[in-house]
Design a protein around this ligand. Structure first.
Ligand SMILES: Nc1nc2c(ncn2[C@@H]2O[C@@H]3COP(=O)(O)O[C@H]4[C@@H](O)[C@H](n5cnc6c(=O)[nH]c(N)nc65)O[C@@H]4COP(=O)(O)O[C@H]3[C@H]2O)c(=O)[nH]1
Length: 861
């Protein structure tokens, strides 16, 4: 007797299209996945995330909601209905919105078995075990009277029973047919032979008779294959609960014996050894004073599979970490799971029957809701980020995936939404973003964020015709603080400066650190507030206030270069470059100052770039030449040496003096190959003059950058060897700054040079910081008094005193003293009178080409 779906229920064929054979295989595979997922919570989270989860749930929800024949309900511990599928509505005649939230006992009465039903439910709550399925006669609150075959099982949440699910199959029709047949006294034999259900007659545990349907079900050809055998022959050794089949089957027969009949699920095995689920109805019939039993066996593989899927789906639904909402075709909430309650703060009672948008603040925005709704209906799914609101008013970011479940006619039957609170993910994304855009040391915006804000600020300024300003700061002598006090003090100083800078500007402005000791301040809309110069003054004052860090007190200053939009540039790169250029000029003029960018600077920058480019090719093109200036003995008036001075015969700009290009060559590193060339050329020239009978010492200037080259010694020795000039005919002019760089091993290098026999002179003496103690430790031969002292020697008494002091000091250290820039007879006489040994200057001669020098000073005597 087949159960016939009630009118209005989903027809078998319709469902068939949702569960074709291939899809059943899929679902079996999925059941496996889900079983694993239930064991491992993390897997559940993974499966329940994104599209895969929504697909799984769509199918399961569809299965739960629209499964044919099976009415599914769930109740909580207080007996209140929490879930009510459409088949429940169909067979009990009570819509979900009326059932959910009410007590199950108010909806369905189990006639005179009410206490027994209550005990059964109670047993599940107590033991956590499912109970054996059985028949119940039910009267509904809607007045219907029916028989159902019921399975009940618990669903757990956090290891505690959370709800009990009941799955009922309507067997009213079959009951009525049975009763009708009995009432009619139908021929039992006919019934036996024609039944679509397998029927086996049992006497003393052995099969006495079997019908054709039983042979088909168990896969035997002849009656004799089964008659005389017992249930052990068509059962596996054990049932799925682990109990031996023989023992358990005897218990079932005993129950049938006690009750008159008994219905139970049983795992059978057919002739091919394949196991399959059956539903067995065992009835005692007294025939010829013998107590025979007949069992009706029905194949319930499909139903069992559906039950297992449903059970898993229910557990996935309940235990998912993601919030799940199911709405009906009218977009009314049918159910929400625990996670969704946790996320939104709403209980299921508060939302069932309402529209889903009541849960999500963003969906209340009509325009946004329409966009999402259109998308859902066009593509059957939508996912994106929205702003949710907890029932307590707290807003939070959420990720929402919506999917449509359709029947075989493409009609919408359900909407499923999976909601994830992404506050944590957002917070960590925000933290990552913050780290990527901020300087780790000071917490200020870094270059990335500065450029981003600058780009936006330029766009706004352009639209509104307003001005911007960029202040490029570079601290004065910060390296000195780092070197002297250590990096930890340097770091704290940068933090303190960052704090002060932030206080100098408005909240809408940006203070950023580009790295090292460079900061950039972006002032927006500068036309309206304080003049930029006032802000720059404030910054200078703030930075230059004393600091006290780790017991060290010091003062530091900064130089600022300022560029403005649109005057000094209309794009980011130009504005930053020009502010940098202006800062560079400010530095060139001293410390603790600011400098606005102007076009003249730009011109100089362009000129410098051109210069640098042509410098690179000048060596190859042999554009450098050396000129020579004599150094004279003051007592004898004889020439004792010569200084080699470089000139650049630029093809376009003419002859250029070193002041135009040496600094550029030093900055771009070209001074090293240029210095090599000077050394080699000067040595060759000195040797040539020596070979002509004029053994002069040639002086060559050595830059700081050259001095710190690892290959310095080698290139000097190579130059001497190449020219075959003895070392004592080469003098190197070094500046006082080299002496100060003791940490870099400068003095060691000087000692090596001196040991080779090369002479050493300190150039521009008096302008640096050399102290007596240094001079005593360094193996130099000569002090060269800077021409700035010589210039005013006869008019400025202070210069006269300094020169005198230098000469006295040099004498006490046994050093030769030479004065440079001697132009007049007065200067010459003063120096001579005060004991200066040698001089160099226009008074004797300007620097001359080698030929002219030889003609004027090296005539054969
Ligand atoms: N007003 C005035 N000036 C006088 C007088 N006598 C000499 N001078 C100038 O004073 C400078 C002396 O050179 P310096 O102090 O070594 O100063 C040099 C030196 O520091 C640097 N320099 C020159 N040649 C080289 C070189 O081959 N290598 C390096 N690294 N630097 C060089 O360029 C600086 C400038 O060189 P120059 O322009 O040739 O200028 C030379 C010279 O022409 C005088 O009586 N009055």
């Amino acid at each position: 007797m087949a159960d016939t779906p009630k009118p209005g229920s989903t027809p078998e064929s319709e469902l068939g299209s949702q569960h074709p054979e291939s899809q059943r295989h899929d679902e079996r595979a999925l059941s496996g996945n889900l079983s694993n997922a239930l064991v491992h919570e993390n897997s559940t989270r993974r499966i329940a995330s994104g599209n895969e989860a929504i697909d799984v749930l769509s199918r399961f929800v569809s299965a739960i909601e629209y499964t044919p024949l099976v009415a599914i309900q769930s109740i909580d511990r207080t007996g209140i209905v929490r879930f009510w599928n459409s088949m429940s509505t169909t067979i009990y005649g009570i819509p979900a919105r009326e059932a959910i939230g009410r007590r199950l006992s108010d909806l369905l009465q189990h006639q005179d078995k009410e206490p027994e039903f209550a005990d059964t439910i109670d047993h599940i709550w107590q033991t956590g075990q499912a109970v054996l399925p059985r028949d119940w006669q039910i009267t509904t609150s809607a007045g219907a009277n029916l028989w159902v075959y019921s399975t009940m099982f618990p669903v757990f949440r956090e290891k505690k029973i959370h709800q009990i699910f009941c799955m009922d199959i309507d067997i009213t029709l079959r009951k009525r047919e049975e009763q009708a047949l009995l009432a009619l006294g139908a021929n039992f034999r006919t019934l036996f032979d024609r039944s679509a259900d397998a029927i086996l007659l049992i006497e003393d545990n052995y099969f006495l008779e079997v019908n054709p349907a039983a042979l088909t079900l168990f896969g035997y050809a002849r009656k004799s294959d089964l008659v005389g055998r017992n249930s052990n022959d068509i059962s596996p050794t054990t049932q799925p609960d682990g109990k031996p089949s023989s023992e358990k089957f005897s218990q079932m027969l005993e129950l049938a014996h006690q009750n008159g009949n008994y219905r139970f699920d049983w795992l059978h095995v057919n002739a091919s050894g394949e196991t399959f689920w059956t539903e067995v109805l065992c009835t005692e019939i007294p025939i010829d004073s013998k107590a025979l039993l007949y069992i009706v066996v029905r194949d319930i593989r499909e139903r069992k599979h559906a039950e297992q899927s449903l059970q898993l789906a229910a557990q996935v639904f309940e235990n998912s970490q993601e919030g799940i909402l199911i709405a009906d075709m009218n977009q009314r909430i049918v159910s929400i799971n625990r996670a969704l309650s946790d996320i939104t703060g709403y209980t299921i009672d508060e939302v069932v029957g309402k529209e889903p948008q009541s849960l999500c603040v963003a969906m209340r925005d009509k325009a946004q809701f329409k966009t999402i709704s259109d998308e859902v209906h066009a593509h059957d799914r939508w996912q994106g980020e929205l702003w949710g609101r907890h029932c307590n008013g707290r807003g939070f970011p959420l990720w929402l995936s919506i999917s449509v479940v359709r029947d075989s006619h493409r009609n919408v039957v359900n909407y499923i939404a999976i909601m994830t609170d992404i506050s944590d993910r957002k917070a960590s994304e925000e933290q990552m973003r913050h780290m990527a855009e901020h300087d780790f040391l000071t917490g200020l915006p870094n270059r990335v964020l500065l450029l981003d804000r600058l780009q936006q600020a330029i766009a706004v300024a352009e639209r509104n015709a307003i001005k911007l300003a960029l202040l490029f700061l570079d601290l004065d002598r910060f390296k000195h603080i780092n070197d002297s006090f250590g990096h930890h003090v340097g770091d704290k100083l940068l933090q303190a400066i960052a704090e002060r800078l932030t206080k100098c500007v408005r909240a809408i402005d940006t203070v950023s650190r580009l790295g090292g000791d460079e900061f950039v301040i972006m002032l927006v809309d500068v036309g309206r507030g304080e003049p930029i110069s006032h802000i720059a003054d404030n910054v200078l004052n703030a930075v230059s206030m004393p600091y006290s860090i780790d017991g060290n007190d010091f003062i530091i200053t900064t130089c600022i270069g300022i560029s403005t939009y649109p005057n000094d540039g209309t794009d980011m790169d130009t504005l930053i470059k020009n502010a940098d250029t202006a800062m560079y000029h400010a530095k060139g003029n001293g410390t603790n100052r600011y400098q606005f960018f102007d076009d003249e600077m730009n011109r100089r920058v362009v000129e410098r770039t051109l210069l640098e480019n042509s410098l690179r090719s000048a060596l190859k093109s042999s554009e450098f030449v050396l000129e020579y200036q004599p150094q004279m003995d003051m007592r004898t008036g004889q020439i004792v040496g010569v200084e080699a001075l470089i000139r650049w015969a630029h093809p376009a700009l003419g002859l250029m003096l070193p002041s135009r290009f040496i600094a550029v060559a030093e900055e771009c590193g070209l001074i090293v190959p240029i210095g090599d060339w000077v050394m080699r050329t000067a040595c060759l020239q000195a040797k040539a003059w020596q070979d002509n009978g004029h053994p002069l010492v040639v002086s060559v200037n050595l830059s700081v950058a050259q001095f710190h080259q690892k290959s310095l010694l080698k290139s000097i020795v190579d130059a001497l060897q190449q020219a075959q000039l003895a070392p004592q005919f080469l003098e190197l002019e070094i500046t006082e700054s080299i002496l100060m760089d003791e940490a870099k091993g400068g003095i060691d290098t000087l000692r090596v040079l001196r040991n080779i026999g090369i002479r050493l002179a300190i150039d521009d003496f008096g302008t640096g910081f050399s102290s007596l103690s240094y001079l005593k430790r360094i193996p130099i031969n000569k002090l060269k008094i800077d021409q700035s002292f010589v210039r005013d020697i006869t008019v400025d008494p202070e210069d006269a005193v300094i020169i005198n002091a230098i000469i006295v000091m040099a004498k006490s250290l046994n050093l030769t003293v030479i004065a440079e820039g001697v132009e007049t007879q007065e200067q010459y006489r003063f120096l001579q009178a005060h004991g200066c040994d040698e001089y160099q200057g226009y008074y004797s001669s300007k620097a001359l080409t080698a030929d002219m020098f030889a003609r004027q000073f090296l005539q054969p005597s």
